[in-house]
Design a protein around this ligand. Structure first.
Ligand SMILES: Nc1ncnc2c1ncn2[C@@H]1O[C@H](COP(=O)(O)OP(=O)(O)OP(=O)(O)O)[C@@H](O)[C@H]1O
Length: 233
């Protein structure tokens, strides 16, 4: 009988973060032990200041923990050199930001193909993958537009296409619906969930939005830098 084994894409062990703001220590994370497996669609929730952004920054290697270890796709982030880490991040993580962060002087197509360009994917293949990805996010026919000619919801779809097109190990999204009205945010989340089901790509996102939480398959609640609850729905 065939066995499907889920890989651990992120493992954290004792992740602690202390910021030194004006000499006063702030304990943002207090020993987080967590495993995220491939194919998860997981929301990170909790009150403002509970450590969500800090945790996302640490598991993506944008910031380093004061103590503890993070494995991403089997590699310990703190054991990589600066260049190795940035290549590893480019190949393994797709980021989606609250403010979309598209490059305004580039067309939609150029925004979506950018990471593939850096990774040396040939032009014809890049074009084919961008067009297929734009179709998957419901944005056919906008490849030549500038991001500013699109609505906020459409811009965030472009950002999702950009994050997913190079098939990273994990998609990380910090408050992806925070700048959208609740209907647009709910539609966007439904689309992310469909893409997760169709591609098996792993998603982890932070949110304050109860409608977005509803759509998650696993809900991890942080409180004062610790895991308060971890619920599979
Ligand atoms: N660069 C920093 N320097 C000092 N303290 C920081 C820094 N970044 C975050 N903090 C503090 O760390 C704690 C966790 O912040 P974090 O931004 O991770 O929380 P959050 O759950 O993402 O909050 P929000 O929901 O408001 O975005 C807070 O007390 C915050 O004030």
């Amino acid at each position: 009988m065939e066995q499907t084994q889920k890989a651990d894409v992120i493992v954290t062990e004792g992740v602690t973060k202390v910021y030194a703001a004006d000499g006063i220590p702030v304990n943002a994370l207090n020993g987080i032990d967590l495993t995220i497996q491939s194919g998860e669609f997981t929301a990170l929730v909790g009150p403002s200041g509970s450590g969500k952004t800090t945790f996302l920054n640490i598991i993506s290697g944008l910031d380093s923990p004061t103590e503890g270890k993070v494995w991403l796709a089997g590699k310990v982030l703190s054991e990589m050199s600066g260049n190795e880490l940035s290549d590893f991040r480019r190949d393994n993580i797709g980021f989606i930001f609250q403010a979309y962060n598209l490059i305004p002087v580039l067309s939609v197509e150029e925004n979506v193909e950018y990471i593939m360009l850096l990774a040396g994917v040939p032009k014809a293949e890049r074009h084919e993958r961008v067009i297929a990805m734009l179709k998957a996010v419901g944005l056919e026919g906008v490849a030549d537009r500038q991001p500013t000619q699109l609505s906020g919801g459409q811009q965030q779809r472009v950002a999702i296409a950009r994050a997913m097109v190079s098939e990273p190990t994990i998609i990380l999204a910090d408050e992806p619906t925070a700048n959208l009205d609740s209907k647009t945010g709910a539609d966007l989340l439904e689309m992310m969930r469909r893409l997760n089901a169709e591609t098996g790509m792993t998603f982890i996102f932070s949110t304050h939005d109860p409608m977005v939480m509803e759509g998650a398959r696993r809900l991890i609640t942080l409180r004062d830098g610790q895991i308060d609850s971890d619920e599979i729905k």
